[in-house]
Structure formats: C-alpha cells, structure tokens
Write a protein that binds this ligand. Structure first.
Ligand code: BES
Ligand code: MN
Ligand code: ZN
Length: 538
C-alpha cells in the first residue's frame, strides 16, 4: 500500500470519485487497516414499532463491535432519526499519550452515520448524496450502506445503483476557476460486502448517468461570454467524435438554404450566428432501414439558446440574469445520446440541437414580423422573448420530415409558466401518445427526475391562431392563461403525426440550493430521465 497521501486527488481535479466493490464484513475486513481509509459509513434507519430510537442497520453491529462503540446511543445523542439524507460524522478522539490504547486505535478515525429511511431508491440516492457531502476532503470511505439482509442479487444491484448515483451527483465540483474556496472533492468510495458482475454493472450504470448530469451542469453553467452557438457546436462535435458518434453541424448558410426561418430569425440579432447540430448513435443491432426489427429511432430535440435577453421584447434585469442556462435542453439531449451510446442502448438515438443566441441588434426579428419556418409554415411573431418554441419548431419539423423518428421528444427551458404551475421539482410533460407519456413519467420516477403530465387542451388552440399567418406563436388574449400549455400546443403543430412528447424543464433546470442529489445552480435535470427512458425502452 502506498503512503498515506496516495489516492488524494488535488483540489482542482474534477474527475468523479472512484467507486469500488469488495467482499467481506466490517468485523474483520483488512480494508479498515489501510492508512488512506478515513472513515467507515454505516446506515441508520428510523425507529420501528417497539424500537427505542433510530436503528443502526447492516454493518453497524459489526462496526460497533470492532470499534467498541454503541452506535444506537451515538445516533440518539447526535439527534438523528434515521430519515433519508441525515448525516453525522463522529470524529473519534486520539489517545493523549503513546501508552494509551483506545478500542479503535489503528482503525479509520471517523464513523459516519447516514440516514437511509425506508431504503427506497429515492432514500438511497439521498443517503448517497449525504455521504458524498460528509466525505468531502477525505480520501477513501468504506460503507455497508445499501447492503441488506435477505436481498436478492437484483435488489442489491438496484440499491447500489441508487446509492452510487446519489453519491456521484452530490460529489459534483463546479468547473469555475473562480469558486472560492474551491470545493473539496468527495472521497473515493468502497462498497463493502458486495461484489459480482450485477453490482458492478449497476455501479457502471450509475457512473454513466451521473457523468451525463455532470456534463449538462458544466455546459449550462459556462458563461455566455464563452458559450456561443459555435462554441457549443464544437463541444458537441468533440464529445461525439470521442465517442465515435456521427456529428453534423449546419452553419447559417446551410440553414438559409434549407429554410430554417425560426432558428435564423431568433439568432439574427446576435453577433454570434446560429448552428444546428445533430449527433447520432446507431447501435450495431439496429438494421438501417429495416422496420421489422425491435430497434427504434428516438429523436431528441433540445432548446439551445446560449443566452436569452428576450430580444427586442427585452427581459427585465432580474429575469435575464440566469439566462445563460437557456441551452439546458440542448445539453440534456447531447448528454443523453452520449450516455445511451456508453450504456449500449439498443435503439438508434439522434440528438438535434438548434443553437442560437436571442439578442437584440440591428438585424433582430421584431414583434409583428411573419417568419417562414422549415417546411413552409408561416408564423406571426408577437413577443421575441418566446424564442424557444421557434427554434424547436424548426428542429421538430425537420426531424419529422427528414429523420423518420419512431419517437420524437423535445426538452426545453421553455416557459416561466411551467415553474409557476408545478414549482421547481417537476418538469411539465406533454405528449400525443399516452404510452410515450407513461414511459417518460416512469423513467422520471425511476431516475428521481420527476415529470408531471399536463393536458394539451384543444380549446386553448385558438391561442396559436393568427389572422396574418398560418400560426401565431404566443396568444393575444391573455385570458387563455396556461402559458406552458399554449407553448406545447404551438409545438404540436410541427410534429406531424409522430409519437411526440415535450418536457418543459424551466423549473427543475436550476436550483437555488444544494439539496440531496441536486446541486445549486444548473442541476442537469433531464439527462438521467432520458437515459432511463432509452435504456428501458423495449
Ligand atoms: N427561457 C425563457 C423561459 C424561462 C423563464 C426559463 C424562467 C427559465 C426560467 C423563455 O424563452 C421565455 O422567455 N418565455 C416567456 C414566454 C412568453 C414571452 C410567452 C415566459 O415564460 O415569460
Ligand atoms: Mn425567452
Ligand atoms: Zn428562452
């Protein structure tokens, strides 16, 4: 074993912590004698009927025995209840002189108690997140959390996945060089008492999902002084190239030739011209053109506004501040296709990223203009701040016309109204196909990125009626309300007869505080939901 500094990552290193598996039990594991293991973390569950206080769970009894410490009493005196996400770090004292031996001499000098609640997936993600926060600045942490008596191999793998996903998500370190003080990296994690291929595959899946979220957070928190459409297109090109995926980047000249009137109009006021990026993953099992097989083509479209000033319909000062994250949808679909490839998904996936900066300038589009969108539909503009639906409409119409999707899903920080209606924990979910909506909702529940079904109210369709063009992109009559719904009704006009779903993520895309697996700022919401959908799709 190398010296005690071995394995310590520099504070500027942003690689996610490693997660390893090992058999054995706390009672006699030699791991606890290794010098860079800084803590042992054990699970704590709430008191059940007849219990006096919160209950240390599996691994705790043998930890208590090895350390000679009453953990139930420690938990109670620390005021813990065992609720998921609770944490307490007991710093064990060192002896005052060399002649004194404490029961834990030679063992890791910290015991971390982590609440696991009822050990549901959600609870274990929260437990993992709590452990990551408790382990920042430590080197290696050994834990029995997620290991339970009488678990099947499947349950054990599932628990490990939730725990590790929560751990890696909360271990996120923002890229900002200006972060003061720089966030300390979370410790490398060792899951004790579990090995075997099933758990290893679950840990790998958790890593893929968490890495996708890290990527979205990184891209969304990049300032727009760096992040213009060309920069984002180059990021997509290099990431996709590294993964061996096909990438196409369309320039304004090509967009003009093909008639992408929405993307071009939105991007016209900016000094940084728009792009349209496609990234395609084709699994080997997918027979091109053969529709008889089980492989489907899922097309994901993501709103990629690299900054949203509102355009000539300029935003108020406060509302503009967070708008560097208005390309979250594009980052989500990019991360999802990369992760689907890494996970070996069985379906063909194409991510479509319409990228533009919604600025104002001499060439800006104006309220009252009429645009001709891809495919020829004309749209009367009423408010240049409703730019997202215009870039999406072009991309959706093009995907419908050119990509032969079996499923078409768009993701967008589209409306403040979605946030007003559902708050910041749920995405608003719309769709033309009940099975697709149900599958996305299930993927949300499974991944912990929740989506709530919303109605496409036919009676509100007058919101998109115009007297001077085929469509109007925002309603005149404010009394219709339902701003997230009317945006979805506009998008529906561009998806032909496809099975289509729309996720309005304006609420959950950002957070004002760290909470469980969510981190402050850009949350990366959506990548894990889509990845679940793609890997669960049969
Ligand atoms: N990017 C915004 C939506 C948004 C608002 C995202 C708050 C995240 C937080 C979008 O482009 C926008 O400006 N929408 C307008 C639509 C309106 C003009 C019809 C809105 O929601 O106010
Ligand atoms: Mn806007
Ligand atoms: Zn916007």
């Amino acid at each position: 074993m190398a010296g005690s500094q071995a394995g310590r990552r520099p504070t500027t290193d942003r690689t996610p912590p490693s997660v390893t598996l090992t058999g054995g039990v706390v009672a006699d594991s030699p791991l606890l004698l290794e010098p860079d293991v800084d803590a042992v973390a054990v699970p704590l569950a709430p008191a059940g009927d007849g219990d006096e206080g919160p209950q240390p769970r599996r691994g705790a009894a043998s930890t208590a025995a090895r350390y000679g410490i009453d953990l139930a009493d420690l938990a109670e005196r620390a005021g813990l209840t065992g609720a998921a996400g609770e944490q307490h770090v007991a710093q064990l004292p060192r002896p005052a002189g060399s002649g004194i031996t404490l029961p834990w001499t030679g063992l890791p000098p910290r015991i971390v108690l982590i609440g696991v609640g009822r050990s549901t997936d959600t609870d274990l993600r929260r437990a993992g997140a709590a452990l990551a926060r408790a382990s920042r600045g430590l080197r290696r942490v050994v834990t029995t959390i997620g290991d339970d008596a009488g678990q099947s191999a499947e349950q054990s793998a599932r628990a490990a996945r939730a725990l590790v996903e929560g751990y890696l998500l909360a271990a996120y370190v923002p890229p900002s060089l200006a972060a003061k003080p720089p966030a300390k990296p979370a410790a490398d994690l060792v899951l004790l008492g579990r090995d075997g291929t099933r758990v290893a595959a679950a840990v790998a899946a958790a890593r893929t999902a968490a890495a996708a979220t890290w990527l979205v957070r990184d891209l969304a928190s990049t300032p727009s002084s760096t992040k213009n459409p060309q920069w984002l297109a180059e990021q997509a090109r290099s990431l996709a190239g590294r993964s061996g995926l096909d990438v196409t980047v369309r320039t304004p000249r090509e967009l003009t030739a093909a008639g992408f009137g929405g993307i071009l109009a939105v991007g016209a006021g900016s000094a940084s011209p728009p792009r349209l990026v496609t990234v395609t993953y084709t699994p080997e099992t997918f027979a091109a053109g053969a529709r008889g097989g089980t492989g489907r083509h899922v097309v994901l479209v993501g709103k990629g506004i690299t900054y949203d000033t509102g355009g000539l319909s300029i935003k108020p000062r406060e509302a503009m501040v967070p708008m560097k994250t208005d390309m979250t949808g594009a980052a989500v679909v990019l991360a999802a296709v990369l992760a689907a490839a890494e996970a070996g998904a069985l379906h063909k996936v194409t991510a479509v990223l319409p990228l533009a900066e919604n600025h104002f300038g001499a060439a800006s589009y104006r309220p009252g203009d009429v645009l001709t969108m891809y495919g020829g539909t004309t749209v009367e503009i009423a408010n240049t701040d409703a730019e997202g639906r215009l870039v999406l409409a072009d991309a959706l119409a093009w995907a419908d016309a050119e990509l032969e999707p079996d499923v078409l899903i768009d993701v967008a920080t589209l409306t403040g109204a979605a946030t007003l209606g559902l708050g910041k924990q749920h995405a608003a979910l719309y769709g033309t196909d009940p099975a697709l909506v149900a599958a996305l909702r299930r993927a949300g529940d499974e991944s912990g990125e929740l989506a709530w079904p919303m109605p496409l109210v036919d009676e509100y369709d007058e919101a998109v009626h115009s007297t001077v063009a085929d469509l109007r992109h925002v309603p005149t009559d404010k009394k219709i309300g339902g701003g997230s719904i009317t945006a979805a009704l506009f998008l529906r006009r561009f998806v032909g007869n496809r099975a289509w779903a729309h996720l309005d993520i304006a609420g959950p895309a950002r957070s004002t505080a760290d909470k469980h697996e969510v981190t402050e700022g850009a949350t990366g919401f959506g990548a894990r939901l889509l990845l679940r959908y793609l890997t669960d799709l049969v």
